[in-house]
Design a protein around this ligand. Structure first.
Ligand code: AMP
Length: 393
């Protein structure tokens, strides 16, 4: 097969990079790849997508149109995906005609919480105790075994806390089961954590590995709110987190990028919460703060180029901009107020409809300490979201 011949060679600038998915991760990947001289083809069900806007070609079709998927992949030199809910059949169809990185097995495992947690547990990685849930009886038994509170998650199509419910009493079992509407699920013991961390790791086909500094993440309503780097944890914990990520990428034989989301439990243990076989919202801070951005690193890893330097240039923070900021500013975000702050950078994703909870962009701030950077990013966001009258008072 054509792609077998190309497995170990460099895919040089000038080649065509195919991206399955048209969201903001694909957009920022496309922008980094363009800087390196690649041409970009995006496959997306939505026309005018964030990634499609900056691509050479936007192929609009449903993911299950495998004829279009093959046709799309045949015009590329390498295919990657920018979100993990691309159906397995789609990546398999693309893999018939082009190398897909990371490969379909990584996608298959990481797009399903139960498969993912089972893989992690079987390979000796630390995870919170969990049970597979297929019936109300399973759930009742699991609640007794794991204790309350516990977290019920749909096995598939979950991200940003979607499809997640916290069970606090036995009486919650019935309604929680009904809300699942028959979808397979996983029950997890609630983790008593002090911090949430993430490690974005890259691995080349040769096995070469590089991780970015550990990010510290704060969530609001289950969606990432603010990331700071370096994380406020001892160097030994950072080293352990990066080593854990290295072992995860190795055991999945990842070629490309993969993010490991971690809990730092109150007892000091690191537990893996989730894997994402791609760049990560927390890694957006690398665009302004690191020698190489996570998006350039993704291009390098999937194209067989040397991995870039992941060093931090400065303590930094990232604050997400959700559609809520548009609502708060009555539809007129005050860009000039946010951007008047020194060392604050704006990244917007080209989405025209600012719905509450929808990721529209992010702000990054660089400063002498991570705390100062967080204050600057949050201040910039507050100024941006304020109405003119409020801001002038
Ligand atoms: P997820 O969609 O699995 O990344 O979960 C979203 C957020 O919910 C996480 O970042 C945590 O803040 C919280 N969460 C998820 N699972 C657990 C758990 N087992 N224990 C405590 N908090 C959790």
């Amino acid at each position: 097969m054509a792609h077998e011949r190309s497995r170990s060679r460099i895919i040089p600038p000038g080649s065509v990079l195919g991206i399955l998915g048209g969201g903001q991760l694909g957009r920022m990947l496309a922008m980094a790849a363009r800087s390196l001289g690649y041409r970009i083809h995006v496959f997306t069900p939505e026309p005018g997508s964030p990634a499609g806007q900056v691509a050479d070609v936007e192929c609009v079709a449903p993911y299950d149109d495998l004829v279009r998927v093959r046709e799309f992949a045949s015009r590329t030199d390498v295919v990657t995906f920018e979100f993990e809910n691309v159906p397995s059949a789609t990546s398999a169809a693309a893999a018939e005609v082009a190398p897909v990185r990371p490969d379909g097995r990584v996608l298959h495992i990481t797009q399903h919480r139960l498969r993912e947690k089972t893989f992690l547990r079987e390979h000796g990685f630390p995870v919170t105790p969990f049970r597979a849930i297929h019936s109300e009886e399973d759930l009742r038994r699991a609640v007794v075994e794991l204790g309350l509170p516990s977290v019920l998650k749909t096995a598939a199509f979950g991200y940003d806390g979607k499809g997640q419910q916290v069970l606090r009493a036995l009486d919650d079992v019935g309604p929680a089961m009904a809300a699942l509407q028959g979808a397979p699920a996983i029950l997890e013991a609630m983790v008593d954590f002090t911090l949430e961390l993430s490690v974005v790791g890259a691995r080349a086909e040769s096995g070469e590995f590089a991780a970015f500094p550990v990010f510290q993440n704060a969530h609001a309503r289950h969606i990432l709110d603010v990331t700071v780097v370096p994380a406020d944890v001892p160097e030994a914990v950072q080293a352990e987190a990066r080593d854990l990520a290295h072992r995860v990428l190795k055991s999945l034989d990842v070629v490309g990028l993969l993010t490991v989301e971690l809990f730092l439990a109150r007892d000091g243990r690191l537990l893996v919460n989730e894997l994402a076989p791609r760049t990560h919202n927390s890694g957006h801070v690398t665009l302004d703060a690191c020698v190489t951005s996570q998006f350039e690193q993704q291009v390098r890893a999937i194209c067989g180029l040397p991995l870039g330097d992941t060093r931090l240039r400065s303590p930094a923070a990232m604050a997400n901009l959700l559609g809520d900021e548009w609502v708060a500013s009555q539809g007129k975000p005050r860009w000039e107020a946010a951007l008047a702050l020194p060392d604050v950078h704006l990244h917007l994703y080209g989405k025209s409809e600012p719905r509450p909870g929808r990721k529209m962009g992010h702000l990054t701030a660089l400063a002498a300490t991570p705390q100062e950077a967080a204050r600057a990013a949050i201040l910039a966001r507050r100024l941006l979201a304020s109405t003119e009258t409020m801001a002038s008072t």
